[in-house]
Design a protein around this ligand. Structure first.
Ligand SMILES: [Zn+2]
Length: 426
């Protein structure tokens, strides 16, 4: 009896082990072996792309990197166009006269589903940064300006296409790659192009980095606005006749205090004054003063609520009589809002990562960053997921920015497999 029970238990546990083995997903070997083979080429692409400086205001550098990407995408079989910002470009207060062109590559397939891969090639670094901080590999990390944000994402796009080409995979209807050169300027030139093209697709995979050490996709991103105040007063000698002046700095300080509590952490609304300036000379009552606040929201509707509260607070009145206060509220990019459809697609991405034994995180917190994924989602038509780039850290700081080289294989596998699965979906 005892023997029997032990034996039954042994059989049961064997069955369980077999069962869980069968349930444990395994990588699709044809894809995974190509992905592994591709890794050194990805590192070389990172070296090549980081080696071309492409700050958002460096049109010459942006032209050079756009030409390189045009050639790479054409060699992979794409119909490639370089598009100037068109009549639908917007001018924000800090938009330069010429922004970078957008690389658009189209790959026609045999199926019906339309898939868009979104990335940006511009960086926050002015030209000259690279001479001080060249591309380098240290241990399992590659460092360099823009390597994570988001040349790593561009590399994942290019090499996912290379893997699909090696597989002879063309089961999508259309695969469109859009790489813009003005993301770090809040995408004034390409935003409407992104929205328009994305609306013609079923899914959009955007390739910002995953914040290392996290291996995750983002289902939501922040909406960003800039609130500004300009106060005009009247100058006077601060020693001789200060009473004739109207102190713009003092009025600005009053307005900043009136508007300091517009944030609402429970709803993800952040409103923080970050820049101010006033006056030119110590002995002159300042006649102008300006300040800017950084505003973040999680829902598009919250922009209206914050703007109304901002304008209402200013309308409460002045401290310094005879001063004029102008308020502006510039919506720089909308938030990406999570949807049931994006949750479902993200689950599939999780299952694909699971094939490599990895646990892919899903972030719905819209922690603070704003990205072009939101412009892609604006029409409400495509399902949009963000953070398909490499795992990286330290972006927007030239000496610290890196990508994890160990994330190349899993990330390349994830995007390639998800393109394949999305192509086959009915
Ligand atoms: Zn980026």
């Amino acid at each position: 009896m005892a023997f029997c029970t032990r034996r039954a238990a042994a059989i049961a546990s064997f069955a369980l082990a077999t069962c869980s083995l069968a349930a444990a997903a395994e990588p699709v070997e044809a894809v995974y072996s190509l992905v592994r083979k591709e890794k050194p080429a990805v590192v070389e692409t990172l070296r090549q792309l980081v080696g071309i400086e492409s700050g958002s205001r460096d049109r010459e550098g942006l032209d050079r990197i756009a030409e390189v990407l045009k050639d790479r995408l054409a060699a992979l079989g794409g119909q490639v166009e370089l598009m100037e910002a068109g009549a639908d470009a917007v001018k924000l207060f800090d938009t330069p006269p010429r922004t970078g062109r957008t690389v658009v590559a189209r790959f026609e397939g045999t199926g019906t589903r339309k898939i868009m891969l979104l990335a940006h090639m511009d960086t926050v670094y002015p030209s000259g940064t690279l001479a001080k901080r060249p591309f380098r590999i240290e241990g399992s990390r590659a460092y360099g300006p823009g390597v994570a944000d988001e040349k790593g994402g561009v590399a994942v796009v290019v090499h996912a296409l290379a893997v699909l080409k090696s597989l002879g995979f063309r089961e999508y209807g259309m695969l469109t790659v859009l790489i813009n050169g003005d993301e770090e300027l809040s995408t004034p030139g390409a935003r409407n192009l992104i929205t328009r093209l994305a609306a013609q697709h079923d899914v959009v995979f955007s390739c910002e980095p995953s914040p290392a050490p996290k291996d995750e996709l983002a289902l939501a991103t922040s909406g960003i606005a800039a609130a500004t105040l300009t106060v005009r007063g009247r100058p006077a000698h601060a020693g001789v006749n200060p009473e004739d002046g109207r102190n713009a700095l003092l009025e600005l300080a009053h307005q900043l205090l009136q508007t300091q509590a517009l944030g609402d952490p429970s709803r993800g609304i952040k409103f923080n004054w970050t820049i101010a300036s006033a006056g030119t000379t110590r002995n002159v009552i300042p006649d102008t003063a300006t300040a800017s606040a950084d505003v973040r929201v999680r829902r598009i509707a919250d922009f209206d609520a914050v703007e109304q509260a901002f304008r209402a607070a200013i309308a409460k009145g002045h401290l310094v009589p005879d001063t004029q206060v102008e308020a502006a509220f510039e919506r720089r990019r909308p938030p990406l809002e999570v949807t049931e459809r994006s949750r479902a697609l993200a689950k599939r991405a999780q299952a694909i990562s699971g094939e490599l034994g990895r646990r892919l995180g899903l972030d719905e917190s819209s922690k603070g960053a704003g990205t072009d994924a939101a412009f892609a989602a604006l029409s409400g038509k495509p399902v949009v997921l963000e953070n398909f780039g490499l795992m990286g850290f330290g972006y927007h700081s030239p000496d610290a920015e890196y990508v994890e080289l160990d994330s190349i294989e899993p990330r390349l596998y994830l995007l390639t497999r998800l393109i394949m699965e999305s192509s086959r979906e009915r």
